[in-house]
Design a protein around this ligand. Structure first.
Ligand code: SF4
Length: 324
């Protein structure tokens, strides 16, 4: 690892630690590095963080929560794989490589799910269904070579096959994984392994409150997901909530009640999967949800990082992800 990378990763890790308020001077250096790498999104986030630090608002409050919540390995993993690997090194590769424009790849190690939501094809997928190991391996290789080193783990339910999930996470420490889950199989052991690996964040799909969730997903689904969040919170592993259909109510999911409830559970981010897939550091100014609230308003009101599929990006994976 080069000296610049060692120092850069440490500076990002410090920004995600309780030390972050003392690191104002590092932000200028990181902005300069991000600018040279052509990472416009990262430059914007860092500049907003610097401005918000002066007012102790917005992203400064998000950083404070991250510093208090994350286990050391998770701070390190986010700094090394996500901020440096994806944000700096990946930005260079993404702008130069053949997969120009791609920001993430998607894999589905299993298409099986333990729940039975009406109309979902995963309800009938056998336990063995999912991307074959060779396809997953080629997808991860494509992620590395294209700089799209953020890997979205879809389902089925990824935690239904913890062996494959953790083999992938623990065997690819240079990549950062965003694991989409219904949350009911996030056990204490799984939470501890995630906290120790440090290179993954968990997105809980949310269809509504207790009654809506149990009505759609079955008895115990809401309680099970709440238990999963609590295990992750205790272990210090990052997680957020991802509003999901059917009947996606945009105004509700950027509303104060929804965000307060997510924060109470310990969510560190919200992920709004809107129109065409993609990935942005933050909600794009053109995201449909922003008919209701802007990213600045969201972070000003609630210390929870808003992320979104960005309809301006060019697809999560179809051109990057190899087909079997
Ligand atoms: S939780 Fe998700 S993957 Fe599982 S059955 Fe319901 S909609 Fe399908």
């Amino acid at each position: 690892m080069s000296l610049v990378k060692i120092l850069g990763v440490q500076m990002f890790a410090d920004l995600l630690s309780p030390l972050f308020r003392e690191r104002r001077y590092d932000i200028d250096k990181l902005v300069s590095i991000a600018r040279k790498a052509g990472s416009a999104g990262l430059v914007e986030v860092l500049e907003r963080l610097a401005a918000d630090l002066a007012r102790d608002a917005g992203l400064a409050r998000v950083a404070a929560r991250l510093g208090a919540a994350l286990a050391p390995a998770c701070r390190r993993g986010a700094a090394e794989c996500l901020a440096w690997g994806w944000g700096i090194e990946g930005a260079r590769a993404r702008s130069a490589g053949p997969a120009r424009g791609f920001r993430a790849v998607a894999v589905a190690p299993t298409r099986h799910c333990n729940l039975r939501c009406p109309g979902c094809p995963c309800t009938t997928a056998p336990a063995s269904a999912g991307d074959p190991p060779g396809v997953v391996a080629r997808s991860l290789a494509a992620a590395r070579s294209s700089g799209a080193t953020l890997v979205v783990v879809q389902g089925g339910e990824p935690f239904a096959d913890p062996g494959r999930l953790f083999a992938m996470l623990e065997g690819n420490r240079d990549l950062y994984f965003l694991v989409i889950t219904n949350g009911t199989l996030v056990t204490r052991d799984a939470a501890r392994r995630l906290a120790a690996a440090g290179n993954a964040a968990v997105a809980f799909t949310v269809v509504g409150g207790r009654d809506e969730t149990e009505g759609r997903r079955g008895p115990g689904a809401h309680r099970g997901a709440a238990r999963g969040m609590e295990e992750l919170r205790r272990a210090g592993a990052p997680f957020g909530v991802m509003p999901a259909g059917p009947g996606f109510d945009a105004a509700r999911f950027v509303g104060d009640d929804f965000l307060r409830a997510a924060l109470r559970r310990g969510a560190l981010f919200t992920w709004y999967a809107g129109g065409a897939p993609g990935f942005a550091w933050q909600v794009s100014e053109r995201h449909p949800l922003l008919a209701f609230r802007t990213p600045r308003e969201l972070t000003r009101a609630h210390p929870c990082l808003p992320l979104a599929d960005d309809e301006t990006a060019d697809g999560l994976s179809p051109r990057v992800r190899p087909v079997a």
